[in-house]
Design a protein around this ligand. Sequence first.
Ligand code: SAH
Length: 194
Amino acid sequence: MTPKIAVIIWAIGLVAWVVIRIPHQRRARKTRVASNAKTLGDRLALAAATMGLSFIPIVFVATGFPAFADYPFQSWLGWLGFVVEVAFLCLFYASHRQLGRNWSVTLEIRQEHKLVTDGLYKFVRHPMYLSFWLWAIAQACLLPNVVAGAAGLVGVAILYFFRVPQEEAMMRATFGASYDDYARHTGRIVPKSW
Ligand code: SAH
């Protein structure tokens, strides 16, 4: 693999992310919200993930900045990035489909919100956030620049560690014992029995 192909794979991943998300974003706009647990902190965490997974790598790919952080491209790392990118997109697509009308970009409970416990959600409580981790790992493998590579990992870490406790508290407040029982049988991003 060449550095150019690696950048193309990374760019296709970014476009695919937008294409997968658009119909869910449209439907979410039409689905009534019953309550929300949105905070300024959560918005900032989402902004950090967007910076790390989109803004900073786009600047790097478009301008080569910051060149001081470049390192020699490794073909095997590019191939690894490709495999992880495909896994990211599969997981991202499937988790949106399985959450259906219960999906929100922020912390919201929809009217007639149902607790999803099947499909990927039978194994882990946060398959979509797991897909974000894979996306960040793929980015770090595909872009041979320490800053652009690490930006995704830092952005996802901020979103994940800030949001997950709040999201789980919101789900617990809404679904009570059913969520406790669900959480007992699942891991956050790694299945429990592993
Ligand atoms: N954390 C999940 C979902 C991310 S989308 C994942 O990583 O796959 C965030 C929204 O999904 C939250 O606002 C919440 O309303 C909803 N949500 C999270 N887990 C859910 C579940 N098991 N069933 C239904 N809705 C869920």
